[in-house]
Structure formats: structure tokens, C-alpha cells
Ligand binder design. Structure first.
Ligand code: FAD
Length: 388
């Protein structure tokens, strides 16, 4: 059977190794760091949702969340917990125009098979979510959305991959790709040349940089994003869903006895980085951001101790239409890519890695792939704009 090299051992690369191993390939995954999942995967807010507004994304996330709901059965790993908290996702607005868009979006989602999203407004919204500010006008809510442990998911895929001809190589940095006559032959690390029939780029923010070593320009850019975790605090409603201010984009969710917050602020692309420096002022900005529709955050902010704040930053890998690139690279036979997940890589992993394996085996037709590397929307640059 053909031999495949996967470059990158984040959640996406490890899940791809599992699905490709299961499909019968010999797989070698090469990861630069001393451990798997230490780059973008470790920086994630780990939230997962099916509430999208593009039919392909809805189907994709529904598949992924269903996989997470049955993770132990899917991977035959009884007792392997991935901490799937299905406390829901609540997109809240104080604007009439956004409320009108939410109503339309929910009708569209229902028409496209996502029939458990609720549109809430007025008294019902405040009865069910009493921590919201009085000006909260309307919201969409789906109970089966929530958050997971990306680390436990990655470990589950790795363990399940161990049943197949799959091999993980840590501290193995790929320096460049090797092509002969345009066809991929393998990759070069410091120690050796690795030969293969196919190379899969799953290197997160480093994907485009690696592709350039084979003279391929992928439309992917790394953009810094922050996450703040607040330790235990009594003012935080721990039963709450992921709560997003849909007008501004700031969002928060419970995290154990504390909370995790994020906000996809406008930021210019930066070179890919192994260590991303956070902006210390982000903590104050995001608290001000979530305070608008969640006033209890004022109580938290006023009584917060410095040693109860954990600030991290990582990089989204962003494509022009904010959807991933999954599939063969045109004009480079043997080169495949699975990257560009923006803020959705944890939630999209099972369906994405399954799709990659199906495209490689021919089970999924290349011409029906919504995430093809040469799809027109990448040039048009107007995809599903997301607030997170
Ligand atoms: C602040 C923040 C919050 C987020 N929140 C969410 C969220 O709530 N929900 C969600 O679904 N997604 C979220 N995301 C996005 C999600 O984290 C990513 O989409 C996902 O982790 C991408 O996984 P990956 O495996 O593609 O990339 P990575 O985790 O970056 O893995 C790439 C791997 O490739 C390795 N690598 C790179 N170059 C080389 C090389 N030359 N040789 C060998 N190895 C190499 C790296 O060391 C790394 O381990 C968030 C991201 C950020 C930054």
C-alpha cells in the first residue's frame, strides 16, 4: 500500500493519520516539537458548534459534532473522556437588524437539516439566560453545541491510529519538500530524506511556508488570536452556554469554576511563529467587550487578582473565504493539504480528516469537494464571515 507522510502533529494531522491508517495506508507523521498538539491546538478555546450559515459547513460540523458525541464508540476507546460539555452556544444581539438576520439564519439552518437551533427574544430569552443585560434583544441557541478537550481528542486519535500502520516521529522538523519533475517524492529533515508516494501538509500556520519550498503559493495567512482563562470566580454562571456578542464578537464560556474568553479582533497577518507573544492589554479589552451584554463581568473584573488570569495567544491559519483547504494541490501530483481552519479547526477535525482520506482513496469525488484548493471562492474572497 502507498506510503504517506503527514507534516504536522496538531489535532488535524493526528486525526488524518488515524483515518489514513484505517484506510490501509502506511503513514508517517513528522512533528517538529517534543510533543503533539503543542501549537495552535493548545491555544484553542476548544468550542464546537454546528450553527453555521453555509450548507457545506453545517453538514461538516454536524458530522464532526456527532463524531464527538460518540467518540468512544467511533474509535473503540471505552472510557476515553473528551469532556464534551453540551451547554450550548448562544449568539446574542442588541440590534434590530442583527435580530432580523438571526431569524432568517435560523430558518435557513432548519431548511438545511439543522432543525434544533432556537430563535429566542424578549421575556423568554431573559428567563432562560438571566445573566444577560436588559438590552439583549434576541439570540440563537443550540443546546448540542459546546466545548471539548482538544488534547484528549488528539490522544484518542493517536491511540486508535496505533492499531494501524501509523508511526509518529517527534522532534522531526521538515526543512523542505522534495519534488522531481513536479511530482512529490518526499521531504527533507535535518537528518534524512524521507521518501513517500504522497505528502500531506497539516502544519497549521506553517503550511504555506512549507508549500513554498515546492514553489506552491497557498492562499493561507497566519493571524494572531488571544485566549484568556480566568480561574475560579463566584460571579460566573457555570451552567451558561458559550455566549457570543454577535454585534461586537467578544465571547466567553464557563471553564470549570472559571471562564475562558476570546475576541477575534482585527489584526494584520504575521509570519508563522512557534511562540506567539500575547498583548497584555487584551485581558482588559475582552472583559470590556463581554461586559456589554453580560454585566456580571464587571463584578469579576473588579475583584480579579492578577494570579487568576491566564493569557495565551496563537495563530489562526486563515484562507480568503475563511474555510479550510482540503485536497490535492493542483499541478503538484502527490502533494495534499489540510489546513486553513481559522477558528474552527477543533470543531471541524473529524469530518475534515475523514474527507481527506476519502478524497485520497477516491471514495469522495474530487469535483464535489467544497474545500478544494482551487475553488473559485478563494479568488472571490467572500465566504462565510464569522465573528469567531
Ligand atoms: C486563540 C485561539 C482560539 C481558538 N478557538 C477555537 C475554538 O474555540 N474552536 C475551534 O474549533 N478552533 C479554535 N481555534 C482554531 C484551532 O485551534 C485550529 O484550527 C486547530 O488547532 C488547527 O489544528 P492544526 O493541527 O491544523 O494546527 P496546529 O495545532 O498548529 O498543528 C500544526 C503542527 O505542525 C507542526 N509543524 C509546523 N511546521 C513543521 C515542520 N516544518 N516540520 C514538522 N512539524 C511542523 C507544528 O509544530 C504543530 O504541532 C482557535 C485558535 C486560536 C489561536
Amino acid at each position: 500500500m502507498a506510503r504517506i507522510l503527514i507534516v504536522g502533529g496538531g489535532i488535524v494531522g493526528v486525526a488524518s493519520a488515524y483515518f489514513l491508517g484505517k484506510a490501509g495506508f502506511q503513514v508517517h507523521l513528522l512533528e517538529r516539537e517534543i510533543t503533539l498538539g503543542s501549537l495552535t491546538t493548545a491555544a484553542s478555546l476548544q468550542a464546537v458548534r454546528a450553527q453555521f450559515s453555509d450548507p457545506a459547513n453545517i453538514a461538516f460540523m454536524k458530522e464532526s459534532l456527532a463524531f464527538y458525541e460518540t467518540f468512544q464508540e467511533q474509535l473503540h476507546l471505552p472510557g476515553h473522556e473528551i469532556d464534551f460539555h453540551q451547554q450550548g452556544y448562544l449568539f446574542v444581539t442588541s440590534e434590530e437588524a442583527t435580530a432580523a438576520r438571526q431569524r432568517e439564519r435560523v430558518a435557513f439552518q432548519h431548511a438545511h437539516g439543522l432543525d434544533d437551533v432556537e430563535y429566542l427574544e424578549g421575556e423568554e430569552l431573559h428567563r432562560r439566560f438571566p445573566y444577560l443585560a436588559a438590552e439583549a434583544l434576541a439570540a440563537t441557541f443550540r443546546q448540542r453545541d459546546g466545548w471539548v478537550s482538544a488534547h484528549e481528542i488528539l490522544l484518542g486519535f493517536k491511540q486508535a491510529a496505533g492499531r494501524y500502520d501509523v508511526h509518529f516521529h517527534l522532534q522531526t522538523e521538515v526543512l523542505h519538500l522534495i519534488a522531481r519533475g513536479g511530482r512529490m517524492q518526499g521531504v527533507r529533515t535535518k537528518e534524512a530524506a524521507w521518501e513517500a508516494d504522497m505528502v500531506v501538509l497539516a502544519a497549521g500556520p506553517f503550511t504555506a511556508k512549507l508549500a513554498r519550498t515546492a514553489e506552491v503559493d497557498l492562499p493561507l495567512a497566519p493571524i494572531r488570536r488571544h485566549r484568556v482563562v480566568i480561574g475560579a470566580h463566584d460571579a460566573i454562571p457555570h451552567w451558561a452556554p458559550m455566549t457570543i456578542d454577535e454585534d461586537a464578537g467578544a465571547h466567553w464560556r464557563p471553564e470549570g469554576p472559571g471562564a475562558a474568553l476570546a475576541w477575534a479582533e482585527p489584526e494584520v497577518p504575521s509570519p508563522p511563529q512557534r511562540h506567539v507573544s500575547p498583548d497584555p492589554n487584551f485581558t482588559f479589552r475582552v472583559m470590556e467587550g463581554v461586559y456589554r451584554l453580560n454585566p456580571f463581568w464587571l463584578d469579576v473584573a473588579e475583584t480579579l487578582r492578577r494570579d487568576n488570569i491566564f493569557l495565551h495567544a496563537g495563530q489562526y491559519t486563515v484562507s480568503p473565504d475563511h474555510n479550510p483547504l482540503i485536497g490535492p494541490v493542483p499541478d503538484r501530483p502527490g502533494l495534499w493539504v489540510i489546513s486553513g481552519f481559522s477558528g474552527h479547526g477543533i470543531m471541524a477535525t473529524p469530518a475534515s480528516a475523514r474527507l481527506l482520506a476519502d478524497l485520497i482513496t477516491g471514495r469522495a469525488p474530487l469535483d464535489a469537494n467544497p474545500y478544494a484548493v482551487d475553488r473559485p471562492s478563494l479568488a472571490e474572497a467572500e465566504g462565510e464571515k464569522m465573528v469567531l
